[in-house]
Design a protein around this ligand. Structure first.
Ligand code: FES
Ligand code: FES
Length: 160
């Protein structure tokens, strides 16, 4: 079986087991290792990607369901040369510790800020309920997001 979809703006056709998770296919077929395999059960958010613009846990999505879908992974929202604003704010606020949760956080927060560019701190906390960080107390993450809401910048997408 083949499945054709767009990955970070580039057309892809996957030929393999349609039951494989999108997370497995991203990491093992396309060597995009930004999405992390932590719980494998849709619980932690470390594997978060965007499918048709919506944050989605890639570990729970069989790749066979993605015919025609638009998939964006962390590799598609920022580059070393052109960081996504959430990534830049995270550096500015010294947010990241071990980093396992962080690609997923960026995917969630990028979508969140597009929908809600001037959130309250409570809004940000609610947005992060599906992203678990074992290292931080979340306060600096929220500070970083609030800095973007006070001085909104366009949320750019990296070119593939
Ligand atoms: S690895 Fe997918 S939600 Fe945890
Ligand atoms: S920085 Fe370590 S889990 Fe979040």
């Amino acid at each position: 079986m083949t499945v054709s979809f767009t990955l970070n703006g580039r057309a892809r056709t996957y030929a393999g087991d349609p039951r494989s998770s999108l997370l497995e296919v991203l990491r093992e077929t396309y060597r995009l290792t930004g999405a992390k395999d932590v719980c494998g059960e849709g619980f932690c958010g470390a594997c978060m990607v965007q499918i048709d613009g919506m944050p989605t846990t890639a570990c729970l999505v069989p790749v066979g369901t993605l015919e025609g879908a638009d998939v964006r992974s962390i590799e598609g929202v920022g580059t070393e040369e052109q960081l996504n604003p959430v990534q830049q704010a995270s550096i500015d606020f010294d947010v990241v510790q071990c980093g396992m949760c962080f690609p997923g956080m960026v995917m969630t927060l990028t979508h969140f800020l597009q929908d809600n560019p001037q959130p309250t701190r409570e809004d940000v906390k609610s947005a992060l309920t599906g992203n678990i960080c074992r290292c931080t107390g979340y306060e600096r993450i929220i500070d970083a997001v609030m800095s973007l809401s006070l001085a909104p910048k366009p949320l750019t997408e990296a070119q593939p």
